[in-house]
Structures are given as structure tokens and as C-alpha cells.
Design a protein. Structure first.
Length: 265
């Protein structure tokens, strides 16, 4: 990390080829926005860059705590070329294996080769238009890049291929919640509720909150109660408790479904 005292020390200057993405900081452990970029490293006097000390590749610069990792830019470029060359070679040797294309797509993303990545994603989507897993993976990749229209297109293709797959049901349920249709979401999520491999409490918490937002407090309480029964620890969560009390008040419920927190409840 650069250090200055009274304006004298070391400092980064410039930010080239930035790539921002959501992640968890290795240092503060917060979910946040992380950024990779190239920069110059200088000895500074009164915060004015005087002596260049080399170029650095910054990795995972945290928007919350500003901590990050750094390495010499030349070393980063060497690793990048070796990784991409290896990925391209694997794909060339296995042209009909979509997993090789997805692996290369992820490598291109890490090394901020986004023009090449989008070209590869487009070609892969066309070549493997009848492969459910590939369309699902591409939809997730586009979603991480903030390309909603493209991610929706891939997810729609995946759902058409396997409408009853748990992943398809999850996507359709989340989409229904986003569209303000909690009853439709519940129909999709019911296929995931009683299977230990597909049950995700966050989905049903979303569903309960969606019901509440529509003033469907009875349905919301049913979902909250099911959540608490399946995940007893969640009953201590302050946000959930507040939401439950709101719906209980709306329906005039006198006995709470919430577990007591202590001697006085």
C-alpha cells in the first residue's frame, strides 16, 4: 500500500483499463464493489509525483476500505498471456465442448479482455443454442456484466429447453417477483420448497416480502412462518422480525409467530 507522511512518500497515479465488479473484499469481508486497474507507482513530494517507481496492476480495490492487492504490471501481463493462450489452445482442441468456451470466457473477463469476451459469448450462444447448461452459464455471465437484455435472452432459451428444471423455476420465480406477481412466483418456487438440494431460504424470504409489499399479509405470514420453522435461527434476524410484526399488526394477529428472544420475548 502506498504511504505518505506530510505529503512525502509513495502514491499511485492514473487508472487505466479499469474493471469493476461485485464481490467480497478479502480484507474487510464486506460485499462491495471491487475494481482492478493499471496504475503508475511514484515517489511523491508534497503529493506531486517526482520519481516513477514502476507500473502496477491493482487487484480487488475495495470501495469500502480501499485495501487491495498489487503486483508488477509486467508480471500480470505475463500471467494474462499464458492464461489466455492456454484457454485458446484448450478451446481449439475441444471445439464442440462448451465448457471450454465458458472457461475461456471467465479468463477473458478476469483479464479485462471484454471485446473478445463478448465476441466469444455471442458465438458460443449460437453454436450451443440447444444446450441448457451453456445457455444458463451465458445468462449468468451476461447478468454479471450488467447486460440484462442479453442475459434475459439466454435465460429464456434455457427455460424453453428445460422449463421444469430447478434453475428454470428459480429464474421464473425471481422474474415474477420483480414483476410484482408473488402468486406466480410461489407456483414456481413450490417445486423447490421440499427438495434439500434446491431449497434456498432467500427465495422464500423474497417471496414473503413480495406478498407484504402487495398488502397480502396473510400469505406473507404463512411464508414467514414456514421460513422460521425450517430455519430457526432466522427468527432472531431484526429485519425479519420487524417485517413479521408489520404483517401481524395488519391482520390483527395477537399471538406472534416469532420465537421469543429472551425472558420478555
Amino acid at each position: 500500500m502506498p504511504t505518505t507522511i506530510n505529503g512525502i512518500g509513495t502514491q499511485y497515479y492514473g487508472k487505466k483499463n479499469p474493471r469493476s465488479y461485485d464481490g467480497v473484499c478479502d480484507s474487510c469481508q464486506r460485499p462491495t464493489k471491487l475494481t482492478d486497474y493499471e496504475t503508475g507507482y511514484y515517489f511523491v513530494v508534497l503529493f506531486i509525483p517526482i520519481i516513477p517507481l514502476g507500473k502496477k496492476q491493482i487487484l480487488g480495490d475495495c470501495a469500502s476500505c480501499r485495501r487491495h492487492r498489487a503486483m508488477p504490471l509486467r508480471e500480470w501481463e505475463r500471467i494474462r498471456e499464458e492464461s489466455l493462450d492456454s484457454g485458446l489452445s484448450d478451446l481449439a482442441d475441444n471445439m464442440h465442448d462448451p465448457s471450454k468456451a465458458i472457461e475461456l470466457l471467465d479468463r477473458m473477463t478476469v483479464f479485462n479482455q471484454m471485446d473478445e469476451a463478448y465476441d466469444l459469448a455471442t458465438a458460443t450462444a449460437k453454436q450451443h443454442a440447444d444446450d441448457f447448461d451453456t445457455q444458463l452459464a451465458l445468462g449468468s455471465w451476461y447478468e454479471r456484466q450488467g447486460q440484462t437484455a442479453l442475459s434475459d435472452k439466454c435465460f429464456a432459451t434455457a427455460i424453453e429447453l428445460q422449463p421444469n428444471h430447478p434453475a428454470s423455476k428459480r429464474i421464473q420465480g425471481v422474474d415474477a417477483i420483480s414483476a410484482g406477481r408473488p402468486k406466480d412466483a410461489a407456483e414456481h418456487f413450490d417445486a423447490l420448497r421440499n427438495n434439500v438440494e434446491t431449497y434456498d431460504p432467500s427465495l422464500f424470504y423474497m417471496l414473503a416480502m413480495a406478498y407484504q409489499s402487495k398488502q397480502m399479509h396473510g400469505e406473507a405470514l404463512d411464508e414467514f412462518q414456514d421460513l422460521i420453522q425450517r430455519n430457526p435461527g432466522i427468527g432472531k434476524d431484526k429485519t425479519l422480525r420487524k417485517a413479521v410484526k408489520q404483517s401481524e399488526k395488519a391482520v390483527g394477529k395477537t399471538e406472534s409467530i416469532l420465537p421469543k428472544k429472551g425472558l420478555f420475548g
